[in-house]
Design a protein around this ligand. Sequence first.
Ligand SMILES: *[C@@H]1O[C@H](CO)[C@@H](O)[C@H](O)[C@H]1NC(C)=O
Ligand SMILES: *[C@@H]1O[C@H](CO)[C@@H](O)[C@H](O)[C@H]1NC(C)=O
Ligand SMILES: *[C@@H]1O[C@H](CO)[C@@H](O)[C@H](O)[C@H]1NC(C)=O
Length: 459
Amino acid sequence: SRNIYVHNSLFLSLYIFLAVALVSQTAARYTADWTSLDARPLPSWYDEAKVGIFVHWGVFSVPGFGSEWFWWHWQGQQPPDQKCVSYMSKNYPPGFSYPEFAPQFHAQFFNPEDWADIFKASGAKYVVLTAKHHEGFTNWASPNSWNWNSVDTGPHRDLVGDLGEAVRNRSLHYGLYNSLYEWFHPLYLVDKKNGFKTQQFVMSKLLPELYNMVVRYKPEVIWSDGDWEAPDTYWNSTEFLSWLYNDSPVKDTVVTNDRWGAGCACKHGGYYNCADKYTPGQLPKHKWEKCTSVDTLSWGYRRNIKMSELMDLPTIIEDLVLTVALGGNYLLNVGPTPDGMIPAVFEERLRGVGAWLKMNGEAIYTSKPWRVQTENTTVPVWYTSKGTTVYAIMTAKPPKLTLQLLGPKTSAATKVTLLGNPNPLSWAPVSPSAGLTVLLPELPYSPSQAWTLKLDGIQ
Ligand SMILES: *[C@@H]1O[C@H](CO)[C@@H](O)[C@H](O)[C@H]1NC(C)=O
Ligand SMILES: *[C@@H]1O[C@H](CO)[C@@H](O)[C@H](O)[C@H]1NC(C)=O
Ligand SMILES: *[C@@H]1O[C@H](CO)[C@@H](O)[C@H](O)[C@H]1NC(C)=O
């Protein structure tokens, strides 16, 4: 009867109401605005990881000249870079176009297992690969990048997927770099000409591709870039991020950086990169990451690289240490060759980092910044901590057998050791209220030129 129907539908609406109330109580949903998105706590794995490897690989690796910005320097910027123009006119036939480099992106030696072994041996806990750089070439079969991707041309291979499998198999987190803008995409150029009042590129290329990439590869880092020409409203960044944090397959573990539109850097998003190779002068309030490159002149492979242009191992270790002491993560870049090799000199650097971390990683992984970040004694010292344990990392060999530290406040429970050496070290307070002088043992040989004192029972 009609009465029963009314009764039933009343129950049904009550039930739906309760169900909705329950869901909204258990899972707070992020809304598409920065106030809501910026309040999301960063998944804990990221701060604990501290060290990642960045990989710039794409068609730009084929010319391997200047940097991964080659196409822009050759044919985009006005006036063009004369070094790029003459490199092309001397070595390639007239009329040779940038897309003709793609068939020479062979990746014939690419063995993702070998790469992942090297990354694992570096001590890094995550790997970030360029899925798509500013040239627009996707290292996977993007349905929105017809004939300009690594499966239809060049390697004829799903580079993003193949590396991801090998990396994850070694219990490393896998992240993807994605450039929002594409220098020469015709629809991007239309939107740009319209002062970014139209969103043809964003709606028909960028967003479908980005959603597809996340669903397909489940990256745990989205390293966004190429955002600065247009506001975040043009890129639909807050709408994308609210989906990413609420409903995507990586909603609980994904982290993102801060490149989501002009003015976002150092202000909005997940952790902050601020600028490439940026290092803050003091401890920032917000989680950050320093990205830098073993090749000081480029992120992508260069065929004319010189040893003197590379960071040496002690420089890398010191940079890593000061970054972590200042609360940052360290993302160290290598540029593989178009053949799919990680140049041996980069491999050597990464294995060197890993050897240092094997001995000293206790002071790095899952550490927290301490009350004091650094002090100058006879050598630079950087501090990290875990509760009442404080690590004092010396990034040069002290000239004397004793080292004076003024930051730590000792107690009756204070114990001092050198990581890698089980014997407790003798020490004496500098004054009753602060500081200690440590009698150092003979320091073991370290190609990194960095050693860690572990101070237990410190205030
Ligand atoms: C890695 O691959 C091996 C061999 O296929 C498998 O036994 C192992 O469980 C994998 N490890 C992880 C962490 O996926
Ligand atoms: C982009 O943002 C606009 C304005 O907030 C919104 O109406 C639209 O649904 C969004 N589109 C996508 C694909 O995110
Ligand atoms: C340590 O010394 C260096 C070089 O002289 C200087 O740049 C730096 O500011 C000093 N740091 C502190 C904490 O005093």
